[in-house]
Design a protein around this ligand. Structure first.
Ligand code: P5A
Length: 453
């Protein structure tokens, strides 16, 4: 993408309405625009990051055997009356009437709708287990939408729903998701801790939140200091090996960590001096709730003995749009955002410092094509941002640091032949090297090798 043509409305100053650093940086980088309270339009740079996060979530879900579907944003109130949640959900639910005066609502979550879909088609234990997910916009009329996309009213969620014959099967489904979540956050450059949590309006009594630590986090969290050393990558395990999945889950959940709702200072199993107290952002939440929806909604199957039993269910959510803000909270400096490579809107920035000088300009134009040929996967995932604007070098450096592109190649007319400056955004290291050496250094980075392969 050529910066001279790009729609990237960056701002020099932090807008007054933004209270936390991720919100400030998202506005300054021109990623989003608030269109009403807690509702955002995603501009090109922000949209690309959102799509990258969505794709990582999708790949990790598919790896577990979960199947992607798409349910609508608008739902009929009838199903919610069946489950009993229509009244319970209160003012957070946006209620709408159609021209026939029928009650609709903008879905805050989809337990009812998926239960209805599954009860229509699944009637035998032979059809189980099933795990279905979608990535869809939700609406919750939050009392206090704030912190930009972090607590929006309209927000993008990945939600899936598992259906099993019995408790044992449901627990295995839960544990696979637990593992998949750790892998998902790791790929985004995050350390997300699984913590025992309250279930709120979703229900059930087994639930974990996935929390990343940040001073601006909305929940207070308590965790055994042992967590500082724990490997959260969940690497090397197969989802098909029930015992391995179970052992890993048992190991991780045996180390104490809880959010404020679940932490009981009187009965905390960890000594006070062994306990870390911090603030955290909830980037995911998983629930096992058994037959809470299937029983009242009569979603049943026949078991091996011919008995009709309600389905055992769980649901699993990841805050896809919240993650954009959460990653920035975890990864920034005074100059701007530092994107982890796999979620960066572009992997490589080429900064042409003298677009009006013909030798420099020709070099950069040729290099731009070469970079696109080597690193682009598909046109949609164009990896190269090319700054060929006629602007001061300082302004160009500041913009590239603000928007956080991981690899930056600078070329000016004062540099001989094929010498360029390669800058790494995260470490701020700069290397004066030949373009060949610069590309070797970029290729050595494992993620880019994978993409280019
Ligand atoms: C699980 C999937 C549920 O809704 N039903 C389907 C269950 N869980 S949850 O904890 O309420 O939400 C899942 C994740 O969505 C994100 N989230 C939000 N993101 C931005 N703005 C909001 N207002 C908001 N509310 C929830 C969180 O990351 C949460 O973990």
């Amino acid at each position: 993408m050529r910066m001279s043509e790009y729609f990237m409305p960056t701002l020099k100053e932090s807008p007054k309405e933004a209270e936390i650093v991720s919100h400030k940086l998202m506005l300054r980088a021109g990623m989003v625009k608030q269109t009403s309270s807690g509702i955002y339009a995603w501009q090109p740079l922000g949209f690309r990051v959102l799509k990258r996060i969505e794709q990582i979530v999708r790949e990790e879900q598919n790896a577990t055997g979960a199947q992607e579907i798409l349910m609508p944003t608008l739902q009929s109130s009838d199903l919610w009356k069946e489950s009993g949640r229509y009244e319970d959900y209160g003012k957070e639910m946006l209620r709408i009437k159609d021209r026939h005066e029928r009650d609709l609502l903008y879905g805050p979550t989809n337990e009812e709708m998926i239960t209805d879909i599954v009860r229509t088609h699944v009637h035998s234990y032979k059809d189980l287990p099933k795990n279905l997910y979608h990535i869809q916009w939700k609406f919750r009329d939050e009392v206090r939408p704030r912190f930009g996309v972090m607590r929006g009213r309209e927000f993008l969620m990945k939600d899936n729903y598992s259906f099993d014959l019995d408790y044992e099967g449901a627990l295995y489904s839960y544990q696979k998701m637990f593992l998949a979540y750790l892998r998902t956050y790791t790929r985004m450059g995050l350390r997300a801790f699984p913590m025992r949590a309250d279930t709120g309006p979703i229900g059930g009594d087994l639930s974990h939140e996935f929390i990343i630590l940040a001073d601006t986090g909305e929940s207070e969290v308590f965790a055994d200091k042992k967590w500082n050393e724990v490997d959260l990558t969940a690497a090397g395990l197969s989802y098909d090996n029930k015992k391995d999945v179970n052992d890993y889950y048992e190991k991780m959940t045996s180390i104490y960590a809880a959010t404020d709702e679940k932490h009981d200072p009187e009965n905390c199993p960890v000594a006070t001096d062994q306990l870390n107290r911090a603030r955290g952002i909830e980037v995911g939440h998983i629930f096992y709730f058994g037959t809470k929806y299937s029983a009242p909604m009569k979603a049943t199957v026949q078991n091996k003995d011919g008995e009709v039993v309600p389905l055992e269910m769980g649901s699993y959510g990841i805050g896809v749009s919240r993650l954009v803000g959460a990653i920035i909270e975890a990864s920034h400096d005074d100059s701007g955002i530092i994107w982890p490579e796999d979620v960066a809107p572009y992997k490589i920035a080429l900064i042409n410092l003298d677009p009006e000088e013909s030798v420099c300009n020709e070099f950069c134009e040729k290099l731009y094509k070469q970079l696109q040929d080597e690193f682009n996967k598909a046109p949609f995932f164009d990896e190269i941002l090319y700054d060929e604007r006629k602007a001061r070098p300082g302004a160009k450096f500041a913009d590239m640091d603000l928007i956080g592109i991981p690899w930056q190649i600078r070329k000016g007319s004062r540099q001989d032949g094929d010498t360029v400056t390669l800058k790494k955004r995260d470490s701020d290291e700069k290397h004066e090297v030949s373009i060949g050496q610069a590309l070797d250094m970029i290729r050595e980075s494992s993620q880019l090798n994978k993409k280019a392969a």
